[in-house]
Unconditional design. Sequence first.
Length: 330
Amino acid sequence: MTRLRLTMAIGAYDHVRDLATGAVRCEGVDLNVLEMPVEEIFHRFIAHRQFDVSEVSMGKFSALRAAGDDSLVGLPVFPSRMFRHSSIYVRRDSGLTDPARLAGLRVGIPEWAQTAAVYSRGLLQHRYGVDLSSITWVQAGVNQPGRREKVALSLPGGIVVERRPGDTLTGLLVDGEVDAVLSAHAPDCFFDRPDVITRMFEDSREVEQEYFAGTGIFPIMHAVAVRRDLVEANPWLLSSLYKAFIEARDRSLARARESSVSFWPLPWAASHVREVERVMGTEELWPYGIEANRRTLDAFLQFGLEQGVLGAPLDAADMFASAVDDLFRI
């Protein structure tokens, strides 16, 4: 039997590792897996379609789908999920410890459509009552100048985004030209100038747990997408990939729960997993699929529409292949 040869670009996640190494086989497929930084993956795939299967930013993927681009089919596989209270950076001398105080200030972002920034702005608006139009948004590369938006935007009235292509958010924050930075990637000044720059929530875990308990939202940063022409030519492909991702994830979770040997270079790793299960529930610690993630997906798409990342309303079923959720049961 001839196997389909595909190239997949994805980050070096433990819950994808066994698929990347071939320990988990994808039925009917030989995968050439490229592991690289996600920023490079997104640029090469979204702008140039250099891979057959790729990790994708939820912000950019949803923006493309809302704009009518259906060249990619989403798999409801979510390799990266991060609460984003920890992604707000401020100067230590600012006294900014309450997100509500960002109203009327200048806030830096790497891209308006960056997924982390979408969630962070959703936090500001819906959790802390901040009118997003009261903020002057400053767009620049985090640590390198020249970064630009990769998708078209439909910014709401009153939203002002000041483009600073020749500057960096690191420099602007250190110099006090912005009051805060919302960024998935920590600015260099957070590490280089810890005497000057800090996170707004220096210990964000407690507030993030409270957020999950109150909303049920476990923010999804990235998904996986497949070129539509491949899916149409091989209708079985999505289910094969989905099953393989699930098996790789389940193997990773089993390693994380193991208490007889140290698969992770950390003390008390298994007890940490038990604590996370206590807080978030044990039914599905890292869920894939549309319905298992409906609350988070609906919240993200609402935030994206309100913020002009999406040019039209979108449902999760418009982004992801829903048929893969219906795996057979014995």
